[in-house]
Write a protein that binds this ligand. Structure first.
Ligand SMILES: NC(=O)c1ccc[n+]([C@@H]2O[C@H](COP(=O)([O-])OP(=O)(O)OC[C@H]3O[C@@H](n4cnc5c(N)ncnc54)[C@H](OP(=O)(O)O)[C@@H]3O)[C@@H](O)[C@H]2O)c1
Length: 430
C-alpha cells in the first residue's frame, strides 16, 4: 500500500479526540476508502498533561500549533481549536503558506476570513476543507457544493444550532421559560457556560454565512447576516404558536430575491406540518431548493465528537485521494458579486405579541398604528379578560415590508398601555 497520509491535529478537545478515535477504530475501512492509511502523527493542545481518555503515545507533541503546521513530516493539518482569530487562524494560515492542505471544523474562522483563506488555498494549490464546520455530521457542504452543483439555488433554510433547538423543544414540550431551560441545558452539558454564541444566534449566523456563500456562489459575507437569538421567546409564545398552527424554530435563511441575497438568523414561526417544524431536540436540518432538483432536506446530528469526527475524516479521505473542489464551489475570481439585501427590505408576515392593559381603546390604538404603516391584519388573539390588568394580545399580519413593521412597532412600544417590549416573530412559509 502507498505511504500513509500523515495528519497533524491542532486541538485535542471534543472534536480532536473524536477524530483520533475514529481514525483508530475504523482504520481499515478508512484506508480502503482513502487508498492509503490515514494516521495522526503529530498533535498540539494547550495542556500536555491533561487526560483526554485516549492514548497519545508515539505522537509528536507540539506546544506551538503553528510550528506543527510547518513541520515537513506533516502532510495535512486538521485545525480543531476554534475561534476566528488568534492561534486557530495562525495555524491555518501557516499550513496554507507551507503548501499543506487544511481540514477545519471552525465555522467562525471561515465565516469571518473565508474569502481570504480561499485565496490563500488557491494560491498554494491545496485544499481547504470544512465539511464539519456546518451541521456537524450532516454532509451539507458536499451536498450543496457538489451534489447540487447543477442547480440555481433559490433558498436555503436550516436549523443550524442544536443548543437552541434543544431549548426551544423543551420550552414547547414542557411549557417552561427560556432562562430555566437554559440553566438545565448547561447542567446537562447541552449548553456552554457562556451560552451567548449559541443562544444569541451567532453560531448559526456563522454557519448560514458559509451555506449562503456556497448556495449562491459568492464570497462569504458574515457581516451581512441579520442575527437575532432566542432569549426573547417566551412560554406564552409557544401556546399562541400552537393555536395558530405553528412551531417556533431558530432558523438560518438565505434567499435569492430580485434585489439580491437575503441572509438572516432569527426565531421563526413555521407551519406545524413543514419538515423543519418536526426536527426536535439537538438535531440539525438543512433544506435547499434548487431549480432542477426541487427541495432536498438533510437531517442529523449537528455536533458532538462522533458526528463531527465523521465529517472531518470524510474531508481527510478526499485529501488522501487528491479530490479537490474550489473552497466556495468556484474559484475566487469566478464568484458572483450578488449584493446583500438589508433586513429592512425583507417582506413577510409577522406574529406580534403585546402585553397590554385591558381597557377600552387600547386595541384600536394598536391597530391604528399598524394601519397607518400600511400593514393589514390576518388575525388577532386575546388571552383572557382582566379589566385594568395586563393581558397578552397577539396580532398576525399579512405580508408586509420589515421597514413598515419597525415603524409601527416603535409607535406601539411607546404607548403607555403597552407594558413590555413587544415580541416580534417572523412567520416563515414551510
Ligand atoms: N464540539 C462540537 O460538537 C463541534 C461541532 C462542529 C464544529 N466544532 C468546531 O470545532 C472546533 C473545536 O471544537 P471543540 O468542541 O473540540 O473545542 P474544545 O473541546 O474546546 O477543544 C479545543 C482544543 O483546542 C486546544 N487549544 C485551545 N487554545 C489553544 C492554544 N492556544 N494552543 C493550542 N491548543 C489550543 C485545546 O487545548 P486543551 O485541551 O489543552 O485545553 C483543546 O484541545 C471549533 O471551531 C468548533 O466550533 C465543534
Amino acid at each position: 500500500m502507498t505511504r500513509p497520509l500523515n495528519v497533524a491535529l491542532a486541538g485535542l478537545g471534543t472534536v480532536g479526540a473524536g477524530v483520533l478515535s475514529l481514525l483508530r477504530q475504523n482504520a481499515d475501512l478508512v484506508a480502503a476508502r482513502a487508498g492509503r492509511p490515514i494516521a495522526v502523527t503529530a498533535v498540539s493542545a494547550r495542556d500536555r498533561t491533561r487526560d483526554r481518555g485516549i492514548s497519545l503515545a508515539g505522537l509528536h507533541w507540539f506546544d506551538d500549533p503553528a510550528a506543527l503546521a510547518r513541520d515537513p513530516a506533516v502532510d495535512v493539518v486538521v485545525e480543531v481549536i476554534g475561534g476566528s482569530e488568534g492561534v486557530a487562524r495562525d495555524v491555518v494560515e501557516a499550513a496554507l503558506a507551507a503548501g499543506k492542505p487544511v481540514v477545519t471544523a471552525n465555522k467562525a474562522l471561515l465565516a469571518v476570513h473565508g474569502a481570504a483563506l480561499a485565496e490563500a488555498a488557491e494560491a498554494a494549490g491545496v485544499a481547504l476543507a470544512f465539511e464539519s464546520a456546518v451541521a456537524g455530521g450532516i454532509p451539507v457542504i458536499k451536498a450543496l457544493r457538489e451534489g447540487l452543483a447543477g442547480n440555481r439555488i433559490a433558498r436555503v433554510a436550516g436549523i443550524l444550532n442544536g443548543t437552541c433547538n434543544y431549548i426551544l423543544t423543551v420550552m414547547r414540550e414542557q411549557g417552561r421559560e427560556f432562562a430555566e431551560v437554559l440553566a438545565e441545558a448547561q447542567k446537562l452539558g447541552y449548553a456552554e457556560a457562556d451560552p451567548s454564541f449559541d443562544v444569541d444566534g451567532i453560531d448559526a449566523a456563522h454557519k448560514l454565512a458559509i451555506l449562503a456563500a456556497l448556495a449562491f456562489g459568492r464570497p462569504v459575507d458574515f457581516a451581512a447576516v441579520h442575527v437575532e437569538g432566542i432569549r426573547r421567546v417566551s412560554a406564552l409564545d409557544f401556546v399562541f404558536a400552537g393555536e395558530l398552527g405553528y412551531r417556533i424554530k431558530l432558523l438560518g435563511l438565505a434567499r435569492q430575491t430580485e434585489a439580491g441575497i437575503e441572509t438572516r438568523v432569527h426565531p421563526c414561526m413555521v407551519p406545524q406540518a413543514s419538515p423543519l417544524a418536526r426536527v426536535d431536540g439537538v438535531f440539525n436540518a438543512v433544506v435547499a431548493e434548487g431549480d432542477f432538483v426541487g427541495r432536498v432536506m438533510l437531517e442529523g446530528r449537528g455536533a458532538g465528537a462522533g458526528p463531527t469526527a465523521s465529517a472531518v475524516v470524510a474531508d481527510l479521505i478526499d485529501v488522501a485521494r487528491g479530490r479537490t473542489t474550489p473552497v466556495w464551489g468556484a474559484r475566487s475570481a469566478a464568484l458572483s458579486h450578488a449584493p446583500s439585501v438589508p433586513m429592512a427590505a425583507h417582506v413577510g408576515a409577522y406574529y406580534l405579541r403585546l402585553m397590554v392593559v385591558d381597557r377600552p381603546g387600547v386595541i384600536a390604538d394598536v391597530t391604528a398604528a399598524l394601519r397607518d404603516a400600511g400593514i393589514s391584519l390576518e388575525s388577532m388573539l386575546q388571552r383572557g379578560r382582566s379589566p385594568g390588568e395586563a393581558v397578552p394580545v397577539v396580532l398576525v399580519t399579512h405580508e408586509t415590508r420589515e421597514a413598515a413593521m419597525r415603524d409601527a412597532l416603535a409607535r406601539i412600544a411607546a404607548m403607555d398601555a403597552v407594558l413590555e417590549d413587544p415580541t416580534l416573530i417572523r412567520i416563515e412559509p414551510a
